[in-house]
Design a protein around this ligand. Structure first.
Ligand code: HEM
Length: 121
């Protein structure tokens, strides 16, 4: 069960990030329909990430490092959604755009580093 959860999580995180970039470039290129489909698949991957992540977290008895990682991952999902939805609406411009992308990059790097045990506390 735990190995299953771990593999589901470990093999889905890169796909999740990749789908985010594909959805973003499709939206920017104004390819409405494919953009919408990839965004929907991405949302399915959010669910896979959160469910498998929470399963692992329970297995690790909510160890602080992983609890923080899980919370940061939720923040990351929030920024991915905001970037996609606001880009689609055409309201992600100027300083706001820079702010969202910087937040996305910082949280993504932290989540992956903590995930691979490079960072722990
Ligand atoms: C988009 C969101 C997420 C990304 C990009 C992500 C990324 C990662 C990565 C790269 C790993 C290491 C996998 C490996 O060893 O191959 C990992 C492990 C883990 N993740 Fe996530 N994760 C996300 C969401 C979550 C959530 C929502 C939770 C909990 C609520 C969570 C909890 C964990 C736990 C407990 C581990 C196990 C660490 C270990 O055994 O070393 N993750 N994650």
């Amino acid at each position: 069960m735990i190995t299953g959860l771990y593999h589901a999580h470990a093999s889905s995180w890169a796909i999740t990030l990749l789908l985010f970039f594909i959805a973003y470039f499709l939206i920017v290129a104004n390819k409405q329909k494919p953009g919408k489909i990839v965004h929907m698949v991405l949302r399915l991957f959010y669910v896979i990430m959160v469910v498998s992540g929470v399963g692992l977290l329970i297995n690790y008895q909510f160890a602080l490092t992983f609890l923080i990682k899980g919370l940061l991952a939720l923040v990351l999902i929030y920024f991915m959604e905001m970037i996609l939805v606001r880009t689609k609406k055409g309201v992600l411009i100027g300083k706001m755009k820079t702010y969202y992308w910087i937040q996305f990059a910082i949280t993504a790097i932290l989540v992956v580093l903590i995930g691979f045990n490079v960072l722990s506390f």
